[in-house]
Design a protein around this ligand. Sequence first.
Ligand SMILES: Cc1cc2nc3c(=O)[nH]c(=O)nc-3n(C[C@H](O)[C@H](O)[C@H](O)COP(=O)(O)OP(=O)(O)OC[C@H]3O[C@@H](n4cnc5c(N)ncnc54)[C@H](O)[C@@H]3O)c2cc1C
Length: 385
Amino acid sequence: MQTADVVIIGAGIVGSSIAYHLTAQGCRNVLVIERESAQGKGSTGKSMGGVRAQFSTPVSIQMSLYSIPFYASFEERLGSPCDYRPQGYLFCATNEKQLAYLQTNYAEQVRLGLKNVGLLAGDEIARMFPQLRGDDIIGGSFCSTDGFVDPYSAMNGFTAAATDRGATLWKHTPVTGIKRDAAGITSIETARGTISTRRLVNCAGAWAAEVAGFVGIDLPVEPLRRMLVPSEPFDEFPHTAPMIIDMSNGFHFRPEARGFLLAWNDPEETPGFKTDFDPGFIEKILTRAADRVPCFANLPVNPKRAWAGLYEMTPDHHPILGEAPGVPGFFLANGFSGHGVMHAPATGKILSDLILTGKTDLIDVSLLSLSRFAENRLIHETAVL
Ligand SMILES: Cc1cc2nc3c(=O)[nH]c(=O)nc-3n(C[C@H](O)[C@H](O)[C@H](O)COP(=O)(O)OP(=O)(O)OC[C@H]3O[C@@H](n4cnc5c(N)ncnc54)[C@H](O)[C@@H]3O)c2cc1C
């Protein structure tokens, strides 16, 4: 029977980052198992690639404070690019409550050491982007080191660096079962046979609850469809723009290639494994786009290029990280609630620390343990895009 020191289920950006961080810390007998014929077919390949430190909770901010500088130095560290573009995130507030929320978040971000973040007055935003309808924008916040990465390049870079250091990737190999004894995990069942291991990491994204169910764990991670609409080439708005968020309704967009990528989280969406793009979404999002950016009334879009993917939602919109209570050797890296690309570097560091040394100093990981739900210690993050 084949043996691995650590087995990782799922080769998206999170599994790849954990594999990289493990090998970088000297643990080389790592096996990453992916059921699809190629990496990135889960949420990673569907992502908008946004990375930001402008969160409200300390733990999310701290994870970004590790991840964004990591992406900024990705090529130096790993030898391949991730296309980090520090074009910023600009939050536009349209009422006093939103503005107070940004001010509170700003104070917390600065307290934790975030630089390059600032509050803006409504007229400053109007001067920066006269193309925005600004009559109701009363202020905002901007961080210039927020921006975008290419999730595919980051995932592939992590995998290449991990395999160079000794890790192995198996594609086309569904994991179908997990075995345990009184001491914890003993082996897993796969389409290629049984693998013996004492340490296993669940990185199965929106499908993580099914994998946790193999050991009888009820994991509160639900799939939720999100849709993105790319435009055709369009030059009436600057391509140097940041991610711009209209806080009045959650519509946001960023430059992509020679056009723009539009996003809006439809509050009517219900949980489920739905990955078909709903053509009715185009009108809904274009209405909001043209309302905030009048020149987007002329924005050409081809519905055939639009797509849908899955967020992996937890009840408090924070990930579940660490060893599962009652199952020694079974580690969870799940439930990123739409932030898995931006928090993948920190997750790799945290999980590799926990697996190899039993502790991490990057965050207080007890805040993100699975037991917080049973113990009613939920964290509230309202800055979910
Ligand atoms: C439309 C959209 C926009 C987004 N925008 C952003 C953004 O701007 N910024 C951001 O940070 N995040 C964003 N996200 C979220 C982000 O994409 C995810 O949080 C992230 O990709 C999660 O990575 P992962 O590796 O955990 O999951 P995935 O990429 O889904 O990988 C999980 C893998 O596990 C495999 N798997 C599942 N079950 C098994 C099994 N039994 N055996 C073997 N393999 C298995 C799957 O095939 C899959 O490849 C967005 C998501 C969507 C859908």
